[in-house]
Design a protein around this ligand. Structure first.
Ligand code: NAD
Ligand code: UD1
Length: 337
């Protein structure tokens, strides 16, 4: 079985490549490396001791995508490629709509021309918007608060409409909550790039002294310690969810939607103190205002993924904090930052 993995050099994609190679699949990576390094390809090969093809290709370029489908017999697609920064999407919405939506339409079009019917798509907890009650389940109404989030809502709809018109099409939409952590080898992780907008990358950059202090954004939420609650999940558990989803699509046709989270809410302070404890350090921090539009609590109902996919979580919050630190420490040593 050959799986095309778009965005396979990225944070979640690279861990998923390792998972599929370990399980004996043949993979092909498609990436334009706009938010990843070519070196990641070598690290995936090193960890898995397997070889595979990769293409430097932009999903906005139809001809390039078609060439890949023409040159290879692809059985299924896992679609990670997309831009993911919320603040950048607010500043430059057209870039997000073009890259994420046009890219997906081009991909679906190429799949259609080459009779490829299985796709697993990376969606996000962001599609639950601001008005649902926790824990979020897959049947709740969708909305978004920023252009990035709207691209996810719109792509879900495009894929569902396409599947309704093409009944042989098989889709798994996976809504990730807050993926953190890194490969235990320390070779793969979330590349530190610019000023991070998410909490764990901020913790990591503070832990290596690249940022002077942590910002605790909001201490007056209606939560146990006043800080925001989120559902953190190890990136290797997320990667394994894709394997389970594709196994399902190989057995059953239809459109399937699953939350991938831990099912547990963790506050900002709990995450910081766990990171400090596991990695035996103290991080400077400052209390700041809430980020505009931040909700107080978000966590997943994960019963459906557990029951229907047979997916289970193997990593704890401590593992996530240890592996994130292990990666950033190694990255700092290798890249002299
Ligand atoms: P990432 O930026 O690390 O990986 C995305 C990869 O896609 C990168 O390697 C990038 O170079 C590539 N890419 C982007 N646009 C492309 C294009 N037009 N053509 C070819 N390649 C392109 O991001 P990630 O954290 O691994 O996220 C993967 C997917 O999961 C994204 O769709 C993201 O929106 C979604 N997601 C991520 C999170 C998260 O917290 N990391 C949460 C929910 C959903
Ligand atoms: C982010 C994305 C969202 C995506 C989700 C899952 C933003 C604005 N939203 O939201 O689209 O679906 O990740 O990947 O990027 N915090 C601090 N200090 C910081 C950064 C964050 O205290 O420096 C707090 C936040 O207020 C929040 C928690 O940490 O309570 C987690 O923040 P973050 O990592 O950005 O995740 P989400 O808010 O879930």
């Amino acid at each position: 079985m050959t799986i095309l993995i778009t965005g396979g050099a990225g944070y979640i994609g690279s861990h998923t490549c390792v998972e599929f190679l370990k399980a004996g699949y043949n993979i092909i990576v498609l990436d334009n490396f706009c938010n990843s390094d070519r070196q990641v390809i070598d690290y995936i090969k090193q960890i898995s001791s397997k070889n595979f093809k990769y293409y430097e290709c932009d999903l906005c370029n139809k001809a390039q995508i078609n060439r890949i489908f023409m040159e290879n017999k692809i059985d299924s697609v896992i679609h990670f490629a997309g831009l993911k920064s919320v603040p950048e999407s607010v500043k430059n919405p057209l870039k997000y709509y073009e890259n994420n939506i046009t890219g997906t339409i081009n991909l679906l079009d190429a799949m259609n021309s080459h009779q490829v019917v299985n796709i697993v798509f990376s969606s996000s907890a962001t599609v639950y918007g601001m008005n649902n009650k926790v824990p979020y389940n897959e049947d709740m109404p969708l909305s978004a608060t920023n252009p990035y989030g709207w691209t996810k809502v719109m792509i879900e709809q495009i894929i569902k409409d396409y599947a309704a018109a093409n009944t042989s099409f098989r889709v798994a939409i996976l809504r990730y909550f807050n993926p953190i952590g890194a490969h235990p080898s320390g070779l793969l992780g979330e590349k530190p790039e610019g000023l991070p907008s998410n909490l764990m990358p901020y913790i990591c950059q503070t832990s290596i002294g690249k940022l002077p202090y942590l910002k605790v954004c909001g201490t007056d939420f209606e939560t146990k310690d006043g800080t925001g609650i989120r559902d953190y999940i190890h990136v290797c558990d997320i990667a394994n969810g894709h394997l389970k989803a594709l196994e399902l699509l190989n057995k059953k046709s239809g459109v399937f939607i699953y939350n991938l989270g831990s099912g547990t809410g963790t506050s900002v302070l709990e995450l910081i103190t766990t990171f400090e404890k596991v990695n035996e350090m103290q991080l400077p921090r400052m209390n700041c205002n809430r980020r505009p539009g931040d909700i107080s609590v978000s966590y997943a109902d994960i019963h459906k993924a557990k029951k229907e996919l047979g997916w289970k979580i193997n990593y704890t919050l401590e593992d996530m904090c240890r592996d994130s630190w292990n990666y950033i420490k190694k990255f700092k040593e290798c890249n002299n930052i």
